[in-house]
Design a protein around this ligand. Structure first.
Ligand SMILES: [Zn+2]
Length: 365
């Protein structure tokens, strides 16, 4: 007992001594600090986690109870002094900085600004994608997004692709290895944006009108095909939706994109996830109405028509796979190639130019 009390007394003396020393130290440090950063560092040396005053506070537990109160008051007093000295010095530093600012050489507000030599902008494909999305948004469609690495079930199976469909073949699709997945769970780089249709239909009840856009991937590479390209996909599901709604919406879209006079036509076509399916052509924007130019037109190859999108009524099997009552609801869906529309609109002959990132090309948009 005796020994412990002696050590406590020694500790009380130590606290007292260290407090006395601290009293002068921090004022010197603060007045030497020339910037806010230096001042804050000096403050941390006193009040911070490893600061001098914090160290003293840790000793207080060992001080005898009858002296602890009085010492505690001194500690608190010093703490308040430190804070006050810090705030005073901070105000001084800020005042000095402001003064220096005001006394510095004045800005000449009449000088012309610096214009960057090369100013960036959105990629032409991105501009075209956004433009298409905006048109459908203005028609009441909502925007949704989906992943580019997708499960086979969302990219093919639920869209009623038969297992032996050529698109599901190794030749056409970039398959992705999923470590540790069961052998029947396969993933791939999505081959179309229709995965968004599956995801939205599987998670939301109709009615719905949704449009989505983004990159898709196929093993194609020539002047009109790129292994990575972009699509915009849309679909509308409700009670009583017919092919007439499809034609009305897509005709309005084509006219907003290419002008009020644009003609469209629908040709029967096959896609596994629609029935009936169609392709929409627009009157060739380069030779339409010009009988003399048409025969030599390279864009439409003399037909006067250019294919721009695939569409159709959503197949009842797709509804069934996504948990939607096909007896009650009908809907239409469409997919459009963004590069295709951009190539037509800007008369770009080779799709690969879009992805070569040559500033001489990109600066034209
Ligand atoms: Zn033409």
């Amino acid at each position: 007992m005796l020994r412990r009390s002696e050590s406590s007394v020694a500790t009380a003396a130590e606290v007292d001594q260290r407090l006395a020393a601290l009293g002068g130290q921090f004022r010197d440090r603060f007045s030497q600090a020339d910037s806010e950063q230096e001042l804050r560092l000096a403050r941390a040396d006193v009040l911070g986690k490893k600061g001098a005053l914090t160290g003293i506070l840790k000793l207080m537990g060992a001080v005898p109870a009858d002296q602890r109160r009085q010492l505690g008051e001194r500690v608190n007093g010093i703490k308040a002094e430190v804070e006050a000295a810090f705030n005073d010095r901070l105000a001084e530093i800020r005042r000095a900085e402001r003064e220096a600012d005001l006394n510095a050489a004045p800005f000449d507000l009449t000088l012309p600004g610096r214009v960057p030599a090369l100013r960036g902008h959105l990629h032409p494909i991105r501009q075209m994608r956004d433009h298409i999305l905006e048109i459908f948004q203005s028609l009441g469609f909502e925007i949704a997004w989906g992943p580019e690495v997708e499960l086979e079930v969302n990219n093919f199976t639920k869209l009623a692709f038969p297992p032996d469909h050529p698109a599901t073949d190794m030749q056409d699709t970039f398959w992705v290895k999923v470590e540790g997945a069961p052998s029947d769970v396969r993933a791939l780089l999505r081959t179309h944006t229709s995965n968004v249709q599956v995801r939205e239909m599987s998670t939301h009840p109709p009615p719905m009108a949704i449009v989505s856009g983004g990159a898709v991937y196929r093993r194609d590479d020539d002047i009109t095909h790129s292994p990575m390209f972009h699509q915009v996909e849309g679909f509308l599901v409700d009670v009583g939706i017919s092919f007439a709604h499809l034609k009305g919406v897509l005709t309005e879209f084509a006219q907003r994109l290419y002008g009020r006079g644009s003609r469209v036509r629908f040709r029967p076509s096959y896609f596994p996830f629609v029935e009936p399916g169609a392709e929409m052509d627009i009157g060739c924007v380069f030779c339409d109405g010009d009988e003399a130019r048409r025969p030599s037109c390279r864009v439409c190859k003399g037909t006067g028509w250019v294919e721009v999108l695939g569409c159709g009524m959503v197949h009842p099997l797709v509804f069934a796979h996504c948990g939607i009552d096909a007896e009650k609801y009908t809907g239409f869906a469409f997919g459009v190639g963004v590069e295709r529309l951009a190539m037509l609109r800007y008369q770009v002959p080779d799709i690969r130019i879009f992805f070569e990132n040559d500033p001489r090309f990109l600066a034209q948009f």
